[in-house]
Design a protein around this ligand. Structure first.
Ligand code: ADP
Ligand code: ZN
Length: 742
């Protein structure tokens, strides 16, 4: 071996299932596995990751190109490399591209693995008490209260829902100083502060049981914490986390983006003296890298974040929690199409630490794994703090008069109930998973329906903005006044959305505040906070919203939940729609009756004899009973989780190109298929929406009884499709374990 350079294997960001040998012009060892290098690959400079030192090579070393070392030791930890290696094989996605998804953008761009300025606030060294006494703003008081325990990053205050205006006001008054946080070298477990900042509530019997079982588990094991909404799952996590931190180990908590509310952050920041880091979509690239470094260097002991936080190096990882494990946001739907639950469990296994999956409505996959004895289920069956579970009722729409209200989604009986509840000072939550004013617009004379020019999709009417909008590509057009086909001016709006229901509610109950919460009316975190605040403070008594409202929020004064349109989700051709409907309705219902008063859930439907609806309203039938029934049906139909599936996906702006490419592949596959027992592959089909953003989409679905067979077959697919040399303008992808049908 030559002693002036080291040969290394590098994973580069290209669609190639192999690593490439380069030489680094210094002597490095195993400590540099996971370090970044800058390489020239196919005439492009790019950042790659070292995966092997001194690999065996069988060609002339002098021909090797030089890689420039960017880190003097590995920054991507060994367990993450192993997790990604597993993920690359399982999801059939090139390792170098997996690294690319796993790294924060600034690292991907080759920037230094080190901090820059971190703006923070602290109390002024001499505090003018007379000025403090004069402060009226609650938020300013809150800031002073928080700063009493020490300096705090501005990022933390923002996450706790505090506005920068209040911070600036205090700075101006000279009560608070802005400074650049000295990055301490102290590791979180070296601090002499106690782990707990506040005394937690005493757990109830079931919580205590869960805390004991999980805390006793030192090695790898996956638990399902199956607790009804409001049963105190988060409180269980906090207690188990406390025990892990006390052993000097760190924890990773994955949550859906939607539940990263100030309340969630507050619970963690308030509970622990141990520094908490977070990762979510509202962070800047810089803040994301800072959080990454905080964790990688053990300055923080807790990371709470969304899907990609999974790939953050955490030395001495003692626990992984996935809250709302059934949530679809844990699945990435493009590039590296991984499920964070699958990879988190693998990471737990690699680190030999326990993994806790929490949910009131676990996924069928997880329940199946409990049945197979792979996961241990722990139940929380009562609501913490003694709140009662809501009662379900049905309204048979067939018996309701066809009022103006019903045309906009609200029947007379439900209107009366809303009136009664709000008159008693209670709050009402109405759920409709369709935004916009009207679902589509049709010409009364010729029947022309306005569709998106780029997608096979109806355009939704948005009245406030005077637009027609495509909810797939988000393109929008001015609201038309006449039909482009026949010139007729009578255009009929069909199908109601939240905007229309909100307009009706405001007109029907002019004295009661109505808050609409959906992606159109809420575009920033602070807008959401303002609306939630008006609800919490009782200024508004009715809230109407989409999924945004379904999860993660606590509304103690809501006593009535109205489900406006369940019918449209009952007749879907996706075999997961029943599971999803049961989860969504159980979650929405869980928003009700969280306080002292018993809540009710009213479902409007034209299909009172539908089995799923009847199970949902049956007090003797809980979510798990429904789920077990659905699993039985999946088993009989040979559907996941009893089989493993993968989509072969293809699209192009040129329909013929896409079609002939995948047809050709289908032909080639039919000849190798016979080598694989118990494997089925569909013929080529158009996606449900063939045209999306001017690209034409086709697919084949592969189903196998055995995961191993599926993986082996997909490797053959990959060999047939060289990702690096696809025909011009044809895109191809493999999606393993899809959670939606194409
Ligand atoms: P989940 O995560 O299951 O929805 P949470 O942990 O958020 O439940 O608990 C619901 C509510 O009950 C919260 O307001 C929480 O503070 C409270 N709570 C949880 N456990 C207890 C307990 N043991 N004693 C009193 N209140 C509790
Ligand atoms: Zn479109």
């Amino acid at each position: 071996m030559n002693n002036t350079y080291t040969i290394v294997n590098v994973a580069v960001n290209r669609p190639l299932f192999k690593e490439f040998a380069y030489k680094v012009e210094s002597l490095i060892g195993e400590e540099c596995i996971g370090a970044r290098v800058q390489v020239n690959f196919a005439h492009n400079n790019q950042v790659g990751v070292i995966t092997k030192i001194n690999p065996p090579i069988n060609f002339d070393e002098s021909k090797l190109k030089v890689a420039k070392l960017l880190d003097n030791k590995g920054i991507i930890s060994d367990d993450i490399i192993k997790t990604l290696e597993f993920g690359s094989k399982y999801y059939q996605y090139p390792l170098g591209q997996c690294f690319n998804v796993a790294m924060p953008k600034l690292l991907r761009d080759g920037q230094k693995f080190s901090y820059e300025d971190i703006p923070a606030l602290k109390l002024a060294s001499t505090l003018d008490e007379s000025k403090v006494a004069k402060i009226k703003s609650l938020e300013q008081k809150q800031i002073l209260e928080i700063l009493k325990t020490g300096a705090v990053k501005r990022k933390e205050l923002r996450e706790r829902g505090i506005s920068s205006a209040s911070e600036n006001a205090l700075i101006k008054k000279g009560l608070v100083e802005l400074f650049n946080l000295e990055v301490e070298n102290q590791k979180f477990f070296e601090s002499d502060k106690p782990v707990l900042k506040e005394e937690p509530p005493a757990p109830n019997f079931e919580q205590q049981n869960a805390i004991l079982i999980i805390s006793h588990q030192e090695s790898f094991k996956t638990f399902l914490l199956n607790g009804i909404t409001g049963s105190g799952k988060t409180e269980v996590y906090l207690r188990v986390i406390e025990n892990v931190l006390k052993k000097g180990k760190a924890v990773l908590i994955l949550v859906p983006e939607i539940s990263l509310t100030p309340q969630t952050f507050d619970r963690f920041y308030r509970r622990f003296n141990v520094p908490v880091s977070s990762m979510h979509s509202a962070l800047s690239d810089r803040e994301r890298l800072d959080a990454y470094i905080d964790m990688a260097t053990s300055k923080s002991g807790i990371l709470i974040g969304t899907r990609t936080a999974l790939f953050t190096p955490i030395p001495n990882l003692g626990l992984i929690v996935i809250d709302e494990e059934h949530d679809s946001s844990f699945k990435q739907s493009d590039t590296f199409r991984y499920h964070a639950r699958t990879l988190a469990i693998m990471r737990g296994k690699i680190n030999n630490c326990p993994v806790v999956l929490g949910s009131a409505t676990p996924s069928l996959e997880t329940i199946y794994n409990v049945q197979r004895g792979l996961f241990e289920k722990i139940d929380l069956t009562i609501r913490a703090g003694g709140a009662l579970l809501p009662k379900f009722e049905l309204i048979d729409l067939r018996n309701e008069p066809l009022t103006d209200g019903l045309k906009t989604g609200l029947c007379e009986s439900l209107e009366n109930e809303i009136g009664d509840e709000t008159a008693k000072g209670n709050q009402v939550l109405l759920f409709l998973n369709r935004r916009g004013y009207a679902h589509h617009l049709v010409c009364h004379l010729c029947g022309h329906v306005f569709t998106c020019p780029c997608c096979d999709n109806f355009l939704t009417v948005h009245k406030k903005n005077q637009r027609l909008q495509c909810h797939v590509c988000e393109n929008f057009f001015p609201l038309p006044t006449k039909c482009p086909e026949c010139g007729n001016e009578e255009l009929v709006e069909q199908g109601f959305g939240t905007e229309q229901v909100c307009e009706y509610l405001e007109h029907r109950y002019p004295d009661i505040g109505v808050e609409r919460i959906d992606r159109d009316s809420v575009t920033t975190k602070s807008q959401l906070e303002t609306k939630l605040k008006r609800i919490r403070e009782g200024q508004s008594q009715i809230m109407l919203g989409t999924q945004m409202l379904a999860k993660g929020h606590d509304f103690p004064d809501v006593t009535l939940v109205g489900i406006l349109d369940v019918d449209s989700s009952l007749f879907s051709d996706d075999f997961r729609s029943q599971e999803n409907t049961a989860q969504l309705l159980t979650q929405v219902s869980g928003r009700s009756g969280r306080g002292k008063k018993q809540g009710r859930v009213i479902i409007q439907t034209h299909h009172t004899d539908n089995q799923l609806i009847n199970q949902l309203i049956d007090p003797n039938c809980d979510y798990l009973t429904i789920a077990n029934g659905l699993l039985e049906a999946r088993k009989n139909m040979m559907l996941p989780p009893y089989t493993s599936q993968a989509f072969l996906l293809c699209n192009s702006a040129n329909r013929d190109k896409a079609f002939s490419f995948i047809n050709d592949l289908s032909f080639k596959l039919s000849s190798i298929k016979s080598k694989f027992a118990n494997l089925a592959i569909t013929s080529v089909m158009s996606d449900k929406m063939e045209k999306v953003q001017n690209r034409y989409h086709f697919h084949m679905l592969v189903t196998s009884l055995e995961r191993k067979t599926l993986s082996a077959f997909l490797i053959e697919v990959r060999k047939l499709v060289s990702l690096d040399s696809l025909p011009n303008d044809v895109r191809f992808a493999i999606e393993v374990d899809p959670i939606t049908m194409y």
